[in-house]
Design a binder for this molecule. Structure first.
Ligand code: G6P
Ligand code: MG
Length: 216
């Protein structure tokens, strides 16, 4: 039975997946190459360092560690500039309504994000108070598709994995949910999220009743 929902942040509650893409693309362009939308799919859900490693590999670049640190900082500075302009009005469709319904129905809510900027985004969008627990990129060692972030969320909520639904836009996140033994709702294109139990275009399609049906 459904007891808790664990939300990814970027690309699920807020439209920051496109900001990450813009910032990585800008970095790649300054290094002399471009990134495709297909490549960007592979960057969703994974950490900043792992993302940079992939981007540099696609560009055929191997750079010293100190330069890599500078590049990651540059990308993050552009990204932080974009998220700093966010307001409570910049939530994705259905996000606020679903969080309100979950609270009303007594379903626990946790955040399970790989981002080290998660708290800043929760603050800018006034989302923090909806969450009973927050697990972000500063708190986990192994990033998605490792299940650590979601298992840590379930532990904080004191629920078992079998009672949880994860809402994710990244293939790596859907895989993490499954490896944690949780149900997974994919947000986006079914072709990118084949492992999900259910795929929807956005959270506007999700209700507590539909989530409950995943447990039948
Ligand atoms: C999320 C996003 C990734 C991003 C990661 C780290 O999982 O989907 O695209 O790379 O967070 O974000 P950060 O804000 O710490 O750079
Ligand atoms: Mg995401």
């Amino acid at each position: 039975k459904l007891k808790a929902c664990l939300f990814d942040l970027d690309g699920v509650l807020v439209d920051t997946a496109q900001y990450h893409y813009q910032a990585w693309k800008k970095l790649a362009n300054t290094l002399g190459f471009d990134l495709s939308a297909q490549q960007n799919e592979q960057l969703k859900g994974i950490s900043r360092t792992e993302s940079l490693n992939k981007v540099l590999a696609w560009g055929g670049l191997s750079l010293p560690a100190d330069v890599q640190v500078q590049l990651a900082e540059r990308k993050n500075a552009w990204y932080v500039e974009m998220i700093s302009a966010m307001t409570p009005a910049t939530l994705l469709p259905g996000a606020a309504a679903l969080l309100i319904e979950l609270r009303r129905e007594g379903i626990s809510i946790a955040l399970g994000s790989a981002s080290k900027n998660a708290r800043l985004i929760l603050e800018k969008t006034a989302l923090r108070d909806y969450f009973d627990a927050v697990v972000d990129g500063n708190m986990v060692i192994r990033s998605k598709p490792d299940p650590e972030v979601f298992l840590a969320g379930a532990e904080k909520l004191r629920v078992s994995a079998a009672e949880c639904v994860v809402l994710e836009d990244a293939a790596a996140g859907v895989e993490a949910a499954r490896r944690a033994g949780m149900k997974a709702v994919g947000i986006g294109n079914p072709a990118d999220l084949i492992e999900a139990d259910w795929v929807v275009p956005d959270l506007a399609a999700v209700t507590v009743e539909r989530l409950d049906e995943l447990f039948c």
